[in-house]
Design a protein around this ligand. Structure first.
Ligand code: HEC
Length: 187
């Protein structure tokens, strides 16, 4: 009997690994889909609002609409969604944990070495959870609120100073990584 079990295990094991892999691939695909839902919607809303009322009028898009949209997508998909950064603007919700921080540091190094920032992502099963992060590259649109401090308008500086006294999220240039969108789901 023991021998039979051993043989059975030996037969099953080679199949177990690809099965687990297929499962993680599915999770990666799902995580990527969830993570890429929010940024394009935000960019459209930012563009519209900046055209209508200038960058300072668009601050609520990043401040209120982004977390609200993230909450809606969470409810629809069951994935928790956050945006985090090594240089956080909102230190109440954008400070990365150790896993996110390691990914952000790795992405910065790889972008500096020439990898396309928009392609940088990482997915991993950790214990009973699947986690995924995707880099958010700085585009020209972002610079009116995240660019070098001396290039920000006085109105933006005042609004940011008022809402975010500990702001670290200026001084970026196009193509740098502003942060990541971070999604996770219990398995
Ligand atoms: C109109 C001003 C404005 C523009 C334009 C803007 N942001 Fe922001 N951004 C903010 C504000 C304000 C916050 C803080 C949001 C909060 O309170 O959670 C923020 C927060 C973030 C965060 C969350 C992490 C943190 O530091 O709090 C990320 C990531 C981010 N922005 C990326 C971008 C990217 C990428 C672009 C361009 C596509 C962009 N932002 C354009 C104002 C702006």
């Amino acid at each position: 009997m023991k021998k039979f079990l051993f043989v059975a295990a030996a037969l099953i094991t080679p199949f177990a690994a690809p099965l687990a892999y297929a499962n993680d691939e599915a999770l990666l695909g799902e995580a990527r889909k969830v993570a890429t839902t929010l940024p394009p919607r935000l960019i459209v809303a930012l563009q519209e609002e900046i055209t209508k009322s200038g960058p300072e009028g668009a601050i609520p898009v990043c401040k209120d609409m982004a977390p609200r949209m993230a909450g809606e997508i969470s409810q629809q998909t069951g994935w928790k969604i956050k945006r985090v950064s090594l240089k956080a603007r909102n230190d109440a919700r954008a400070i990365p944990d150790a896993w996110e921080k390691a990914a952000l540091e790795d992405f910065d190094k790889r972008a500096a070495a020439g990898e396309a920032p928009a392609k940088l992502e990482k997915g991993e099963r950790i214990g009973n959870e699947y986690r995924f992060v995707k880099a958010l590259p700085v585009q020209p649109l972002c610079l009116s609120c995240h660019g070098p401090a001396e290039q920000l308008s006085p109105a933006i500086k005042a609004a940011i100073g008022q809402h975010y006294p500990n702001d670290k999220a200026t001084g970026y240039s196009e193509g740098q990584i502003r942060g990541v969108i971070s999604v996770r789901k219990g398995l």
